[in-house]
Write a protein that binds this ligand. Structure first.
Ligand code: PGA
Ligand code: ZN
Length: 388
């Protein structure tokens, strides 16, 4: 039974305020805390000032006290009712943190047990980048994807070895480098030079390359063009399609996220038809929103999509969207945000829902997710990797 729900203002990895929830039941105390994005799409759930969210919590929490935490779906429905249209009444930080702590309470800190079957996701590891995550390239993220790994510990080990090798290469070239919001490496190298390095490391490690172009951030609606500030280049949507095809061919890219802005369903579809085996992944275009996913399916826009629970507001709503996408043949990628906490709920979601997980490579708040998966891998009699 839920005895109390406490809320606090804490900070995320970018130093922004966020919400920590402690749900107290007669079986223990269960924590949930919410992440925040930097490349936030137009169709995401609304966020509220954290102090305001905590005030709202004081008003709504009485409704949950005395209820059974095992009835997770009832608690979820109540959050969604209080939230109103696009979470404008409570904000997505509170929605995420409440639902994360409730699901942990319902499963005694084993949310993956909520699913009938689980398999381990392949990491989509952000090793270098830039864009709005800070410094470096116009492309927001360059990934290593270890699709030949036989276990999750091996898979994340390959990503970590990869980022260490990239760091060594940058050091040997005398490059000044650092880390951005997701702890990916940044330097003053341009996109082409970064592709060269990441691709040579990927080949050596038997991994594939992914990119998140986060093209809504590059899109200038007034000009009707994508603006690459670092490369000093501008492209029309047609030129963008050609440029993305060229990158895929040149660097044997396996996964491409948000190559077009969030309303360009048609060009996503053109890219997908051109190379059906490449994962054409939608993030801002869907914003983990069922109606947007249905539109994407109608247009044939993507064969893959990002699942970020705070884009839609709660863990349960994100699960529904992921299950719907899976049933419609999309490969889902459960994802962190660039501003993270140590909450590891996305790892458990990936176990039940997705063949891929995107939670960075290193840094405490990213390792909280990976180490959770390593621990579960080692605690199960017959763990197995997902089918991709
Ligand atoms: P965000 O970036 O969390 O800053 O939105 C991650 C992404 O675009 O995938
Ligand atoms: Zn993205």
């Amino acid at each position: 039974m839920i005895k109390d729900i406490l809320g606090y203002k804490i900070f995320n990895s970018r130093g922004e305020p966020t919400v920590l929830i402690k749900t107290i039941t007669d079986k223990g105390v269960f924590y949930g805390s919410a992440p925040s994005g930097a490349s936030v799409g137009r169709y995401e759930a609304k966020t509220l000032n954290i102090d305001k969210s905590l005030e709202i919590l004081k008003n709504v929490k009485e409704n949950f006290i005395g209820l059974r935490e095992e009835d997770y779906s009832i608690l979820e429905d109540m959050i969604v009712q209080f939230a109103g249209d696009r979470f404008q009444n409570i904000g997505s930080h509170l929605g995420f943190a409440l639902s994360s702590s409730f699901l942990k309470a319902a499963t005694l800190n084993k949310p993956y047990r909520y699913f009938d079957e689980i398999s381990f996701p392949y990491p989509v590891g952000n090793v270098m980048g830039g864009g709005v995550h800070g410094g470096g390239t116009d492309i927001q993220e360059f990934h290593l994807i270890p699709i030949n790994a036989k276990s999750f510990p091996e898979a994340i080990g390959i990503c970590i070895e990869g980022i260490r090798r990239i760091k060594d290469i940058l050091s040997k070239r005398g490059k000044v480098f650092g880390k951005n919001d997701e702890n990916a490496l940044v330097s003053d190298l341009n996109d082409e030079e970064v592709f060269e390095i990441v691709s040579s490391v990927a080949d050596d490690l038997g991994a594939r390359i992914g990119i998140d172009m986060a093209a809504t951030e590059l899109w200038d609606p007034k000009k009707g063009k994508y603006v690459y500030k670092k490369l000093g280049k501008e492209t029309t949507p047609g030129e963008q399609l050609d440029a993305v095809k060229e990158l895929i061919n040149l660097w044997k890219v396996y996964f491409v996220e948000d190559p077009f802005h969030e309303d360009d369903f048609q060009n996503f579809a053109r890219l997908r038809k051109w190379r059906p085996k490449i994962l054409v992944c939608g993030d801002d275009i869907f914003a983990t929103n069922m109606e947007r996913v249905k539109m994407g399916i109608k247009y044939g826009s993507c064969n893959s999509m990002i699942i970020k629970p705070n884009q839609i507001g709660t863990i349960g709503l994100a699960m529904e969207v992921a299950e719907f996408a899976n049933r419609n043949g999309m490969k889902t990628v459960v994802s962190h945000r660039s501003g993270e906490t140590n909450d590891w709920i996305v790892s458990d979601l990936a176990l039940g829902l997705s063949p891929f997980i995107k939670t960075g490579v290193w840094g405490g708040e990213r390792l909280a997710k990976h180490n959770r998966l390593i621990e579960i891998w080692n605690s199960l009699p017959k763990p197995r990797m997902a089918k991709i």
